[in-house]
Design a protein. Structure first.
Length: 397
């Protein structure tokens, strides 16, 4: 039988989705599973967006321009203008989800065996994108003990080599919820200027910042030709299935290179572009209610977690994720046990083991990621399950 590629062997499984079969088995037994493992919000997708697709009068479902519909790109400039990000439609490439924006950025800016520095823990799919692009991730570790703040500049500089081409951040961060300060963003700017590096900034959660304003990489003066912003409608409009994102940069060479990859995949999906374009016309106060809801969920989750003996969970400044350290030996085993062997009042909880969000082997073994994407009542039920589960699990270790 022919052998699969080394790249195929190296592709990591999703730490977010790998326990799905166990969740399905639990549900088949009639157990309610509270899904705090995945960033799929229960916030209703705005009716304006859904109606725009439903009421579209299209006679032929054609390709769009490879960069996306001009009308949508022009509309996006209005959206970014509100955030004090000044770009033209020709500085935007519409992508199939934020994932494609990340992939295009890696392939347009780095050659095989080049290196990209990423503070860990990081969004697990960066590993997969890097393997597909044949580049090497160099992790810079942030820790739960320091609330996952940016590591010191010395940690970056000692890992910069002639192969280093970029730094990638997610701000606010998935999986930690950490929100980078203005000072931290300026530190990153200085490193990139000093060493002539790209700064890739995944800003999928920028609408959801609770304790301080969001500082976009596009706000950093003097770094205009170094910054590539990766964006998506998935989280901000609770439209994960739309699969529409954007690559935004003022670097014309990067745009030219990325367009070749965009042309190779022909065009982004039409109906999702229609949805994204309509979304820009949502009332300006749309995010106020949504953000307040997420903040309420965050506050309940963090309070409940830190009230459980032995649990440590920093207060996240943005997004809708938190990483907690639990009094367990192995989060993978514990999360599987929760689905296979545990229930409380015929309910259980599904979480994402955090080791999959680290590149450094051995880190995150006692940590899990929570996505506070369920309503407060369900979060409280889930925390009841976790509290009982930890008590039972410690007695059988």
């Amino acid at each position: 039988m022919p052998k699969i590629s080394h790249r195929g062997e190296m592709m990591p499984p999703s730490p977010i989705r790998k326990l799905v079969p166990y969740a399905e088995q639990a549900k088949a037994k009639g157990i309610t599973v509270y899904h705090l493992n995945i960033g799929q919000p229960d916030i209703v997708t705005p009716k304006l967006i859904m109606d725009a697709v439903k009421n579209t009068d299209i006679k032929i479902l054609e390709y769009s321009h490879s960069a996306g519909f001009e009308s949508y790109r022009q509309k996006l400039t209005e959206y970014y203008q509100r955030l004090n990000i000044h770009v033209t439609k020709d500085e935007i490439i519409v992508t199939t989800g934020g994932s494609e924006a990340i992939q295009f950025s890696m392939m347009a800016c780095l050659d095989p065996n080049d290196e990209i520095i990423i503070p860990e823990p990081f969004y697990a799919n960066y590993n997969g994108f890097a393997i597909a692009s044949q580049i090497k991730i160099v992790p810079i570790t942030s820790s739960i003990e320091s609330n996952f703040k940016l590591p010191p500049i010395s940690d970056f500089e000692k890992n910069i080599t002639p192969k280093t081409k970029a730094i990638l951040i997610c701000n606010p961060n998935n999986p930690t919820g950490y929100l980078y300060s203005k000072e931290e963003m300026e530190t990153l700017r200085d490193i990139c200027l000093k060493h002539n590096l790209y700064l890739f900034s995944d800003e999928a959660y920028k609408e959801f910042c609770y304790d301080q304003p969001h500082i976009s990489a596009m706000h950093l003066e003097g770094l205009e030709n170094h910054v590539i912003l990766m964006d998506t409608i998935s989280k901000r409009y609770s439209a994960c299935g739309g699969r529409i994102g954007a690559l935004v940069t003022k670097n014309k060479e990067v745009l030219t290179a990325a367009m070749k990859f965009a042309q190779a995949r022909l065009s982004p999906p039409t109906f999702a572009q229609i949805a994204g374009e309509a979304a820009v016309d949502l009332p300006l106060n749309y995010f106020d209610e949504v953000k307040a809801e997420y903040q309420k969920r965050r506050d309940v989750l963090i309070k409940r977690l830190n009230a459980i003996p032995g649990v440590i969970c920093p207060n996240p400044g943005g997004a809708f994720y938190a990483i907690a350290k639990l009094p367990i030996d192995d989060a993978d085993k514990f999360c599987q046990w929760l689905l296979e062997s545990f229930s409380y009042k015929n309910q259980t909880i599904m979480m994402a083991p955090a080791a999959g969000f680290y590149a450094t082997q051995g880190l995150g073994k006692q940590e899990v990621r929570f996505a506070y994407v369920l309503n407060v009542e369900d979060i409280n039920h889930a925390m009841d399950c976790l509290e009982v589960a930890l008590s039972q699990y410690q007695s059988i270790l």
